[in-house]
Design a binder for this molecule. Structure first.
Ligand code: NAD
Length: 247
């Protein structure tokens, strides 16, 4: 793997605009399981059931059942960012990477100190009032006041919704995420199987113009065939630490 890391460093040194795309796999070292991995929720209870409940229509029609499920399966443990998150923040401060486009909802890039983070699936650390005229934002600790039932807005009694993109909803930051990826010289994908659209589609679109794609992921991804370099590892933090030392 050392040879591959040296190759990655060389590729990065030649790039003037490197954008990193991250998925659930960058946060497993921090203690948050991914969905598709061995301990993931898709293996535990099935992808179909998750997609049926974590869905905007289900949220609207069966709000209480949605929240029973959300409390049980979607309450992330309080964890610190992993080494990989901190290394990416340092690489940004050194001007080596320009942006992180992330599918993650765990807020760990922001906690690690990354500044230019473009989240496309929202932020599980927040809840938002669904009343159009209100839209007040709450910290996730609001849920402590609602060990059961439906959390409500203290201003207008509106129903609160986790500030995450549910199945059936449009992603957040569509245009900035796409532009950021398409304008890059180099895209480095970390911890994503590249099966979740539309973000995977942006990476696919990037590859129609250039081959400067690097993938760091445990196991296969949908774009391995197009990558200039693929590093198959579950110790992303160690890889990025070596990269960071060389800048
Ligand atoms: P995904 O399709 O992006 O797959 C995650 C990939 O990471 C898998 O290929 C897995 O083999 C790989 N991986 C796991 N541990 C790794 C490690 N230590 N190092 C390198 N690679 C590793 O993501 P998913 O799990 O199918 O989740 C789908 C969507 O659900 C995500 O896009 C996200 O929106 C949401 N999600 C978010 C979080 C989070 O915020 N931490 C966690 C789970 C799911």
């Amino acid at each position: 793997m050392d040879k591959q890391i040296q190759q990655l460093i060389q590729i990065m040194k030649q790039s003037k605009n490197t954008v990193v795309v991250t998925g659930a796999g960058i946060s497993t070292e921090a203690g948050i399981p991914d969905f598709r991995g061995e301990k993931g929720i898709y293996r535990q209870i099935g992808e179909d059931r998750v997609m049926r409940v974590i869905n905007i229509d289900f949220f609207r029609r069966h709000t209480k059942e949605f929240y029973d499920f959300y409390r049980k399966y979607f309450t992330f443990p309080e964890v610190e960012p992993s080494k990989a998150h901190y290394m990416l923040a340092e690489l940004e401060s050194k001007g080596v990477i320009s942006a992180i486009v992330t599918q993650n909802i765990d807020n760990l890039h922001q906690l690690a100190g990354s500044k230019n983070v473009i989240p496309v699936h929202g932020n599980a650390a927040q809840f938002v009032c669904t009343r159009r005229s209100c839209r007040k934002i709450y910290d996730h600790t609001i849920m402590n006041e609602y060990p059961e039932g439906i959390p409500r807005c203290t201003e207008c009694e509106g129903v609160l919704k986790p500030d995450v993109v549910l199945f059936g909803e449009q992603i957040q930051n569509f245009a900035p995420a796409r532009e950021s990826i398409l304008q890059a010289n180099l895209v480095i994908v970390i911890g994503s199987s590249l099966t979740v659209y539309p973000l995977a589609g942006f990476v696919r679109e990037f590859c129609t113009f250039t081959q400067d794609l690097v993938i760091i992921n445990k196991g296969p991804t949908q774009m391995d065939h197009a990558a200039l370099l693929k590093i198959d590892t579950d110790t992303t933090g160690d890889v990025l630490e070596q990269v960071n030392k060389s800048f």
